[in-house]
Design a protein around this ligand. Structure first.
Ligand SMILES: [Zn+2]
Ligand SMILES: [Zn+2]
Length: 429
């Protein structure tokens, strides 16, 4: 049982979101809203991406995205950085010069004869690409930490200063320390920021049990487009989507913590050669009153967004006891909507799977957690809550194949955010 003070601290985040940010930013939930498509996880020459920021940003803008967060490893896109072309980046340099013209590309010769390119800071790229209500760039960082010999990565979105990896005595403490660092910067700078845990199954690093206990408003990547991050799990380790159900059940029923929202992101690194960690695999669509970083982050912290790998939603409505989903139809495509949740009184038995010394212990939960409560076909789906649900979330699965699948044969999917009985709007804060 959690203390009164602990519960009050979580309540405080809701107060911060509703009472402080909305009046300051003028983007409360009651304003006229639109859907904006964006990606919050992208790499460039500022770290290990294969292409300069302009090439990366142009790809997203040309493909109809409304916003993009550049999130390189442990660095913001600012200051002066020269990048020497190597085998991987050589092709990108040629494309860079061909696309933007040698007059716009700043380069120099090193003493050893190698060519270096100046990496454009975000301010300069914003001037080049941003358009009001059409395209927005947001400063971000992939805080790339490690613990227990495993990668621990989180994205800070809307940051104004770089956050060094915070370190910690174990994986959970490392996650929490980095979440806290983003929240501390948010409080200090007095404008909304967002933190999400990245690719839990990358290196088989993170468990549902780590994420379930995280305090503060924090989200996670239910779908990461990088082919090496094991979204689907394996015989021993649960998929990221299964983790979501375990995390939600434990947070709400055991720990008295708020819901955790799920994102789709690209984690794109490769824009030159097809395949690899390319763009266009997973994204978020946010219902916001304006295309500004503050409004988008506020909307996401209210849960007013969905993750997608292709399915487009017309509307998501939640009245407090009924969840309605409306899907944008595409010719020749069929849709199945699953309403997934856990009911009060669920069987909380946990089985511990034999430990693989290299990969660590893993838990298996009963089918009561994250069960399909209703399944419907068509472009309209509704679920009437009975009050017994700890949470409900909707997943829309289409018959359309993904254009650039992570795993061959992937179909296009959308994941809506979880809701709780009696709560008119969500709130990660
Ligand atoms: Zn990462
Ligand atoms: Zn990444």
């Amino acid at each position: 049982m959690r203390s009164f003070a602990f519960r009050m601290r979580n309540l405080l985040w809701i107060v911060v979101a509703v009472a402080i940010w909305s009046p300051l930013t003028g983007c409360g939930p009651q304003a006229v809203t639109k859907w904006y498509k964006g990606n919050t996880h992208t790499h460039t020459w500022w770290s290990d991406g294969d292409s300069p920021p302009e090439t990366v940003v142009k790809w997203y803008k040309d493909h109809g995205y409304h916003f993009l967060v550049l999130s390189d490893h442990n660095v913001l896109s600012e200051g002066e950085k020269w990048v020497a072309t190597d085998k991987r980046r050589g092709g990108a340099a040629s494309i860079y010069e061909e696309t933007f013209g040698t007059a716009k590309v700043v380069r120099r010769q090193r003493a050893d004869g190698q060519t270096e390119y100046l990496c454009a800071p975000l301010d300069k790229v914003k001037d080049q690409f941003e358009e009001p209500e059409r395209f927005l760039l947001v400063q971000g960082e992939e805080i790339s930490d490690s613990a227990e010999g495993k990668p621990v990565h989180l994205n800070g979105v809307g940051l104004t200063a770089v956050i060094p990896a915070q370190r910690g005595s174990d994986i959970f403490v490392t996650l929490q320390n980095n979440v806290n660092a983003v929240l501390a910067q948010e409080a200090q700078m007095c404008h909304p920021m967002l933190v999400h845990v990245n690719h839990p199954n990358f290196g088989w690093a993170l468990r549902a049990e780590h994420m379930a206990r995280l305090q503060g408003p924090v989200m996670f990547e239910v779908a990461n487009g990088h082919p090496g991050v094991n979204n689907l799990g394996d015989d021993t380790y649960m998929s990221t989507e299964r983790m979501w159900d375990v995390v939600l059940t434990k947070r709400l029923a055991e720990y008295g913590l708020p819901v955790m929202y799920g994102l789709g992101t690209d984690d794109a690194h490769n824009f030159v050669a097809p395949g690899g960690a390319g763009p266009g695999r997973a994204w978020v669509v946010v219902r916001s009153s304006a295309l500004t970083a503050d409004c988008l982050i506020e909307a996401m912290c209210r849960g007013d967004f969905y993750a997608s790998t292709g399915v487009v939603l017309k509307d998501i409505r939640f009245s407090g006891d009924r969840l309605d989903i409306e899907i944008e139809p595409r010719p020749g495509v069929c849709y199945k909507t699953q309403f997934i949740g856990t009911l009060a009184g669920y069987d909380d038995t946990v089985a511990y799977l034999p430990s693989d010394p290299k990969r660590g212990l893993t838990c298996r939960y009963t089918d009561d957690i994250g069960q399909v409560l209703s399944e419907q076909t068509g472009t309209i789906a509704s679920y009437q809550l009975t009050g017994k649900e700890i949470y409900v979330r909707a997943k829309v699965i289409s018959t359309a194949r993904h254009d650039v699948p992570v795993v061959a044969g992937d179909c296009q999917v959308a994941w809506c955010q979880p809701v709780q009985p009696g709560c008119r709007s969500g709130g990660a804060r």
